[in-house]
Design a protein around this ligand. Sequence first.
Ligand code: SF4
Length: 66
Amino acid sequence: MRIVVDRDRCMGHAVCALMAPDLMELDDLGYNVTGEAKVEPADEALARRAAGACPEGAIAVVDAHA
Ligand code: SF4
């Protein structure tokens, strides 16, 4: 699966990086600059939780077969 972060929706709460620090890349102001990234199977549950926790709905989870 992949995560796709909508930078325009991100408000810099950094909740995502607190939940999944190894998956999310933030800039110096706390905005998510991950863009699009592949998620290894072992990290999928974590990625889904981080996406679900984003107050802005800025993180989309895209399944590999989608
Ligand atoms: S939780 Fe959402 S709004 Fe906050 S930094 Fe992460 S992607 Fe951006």
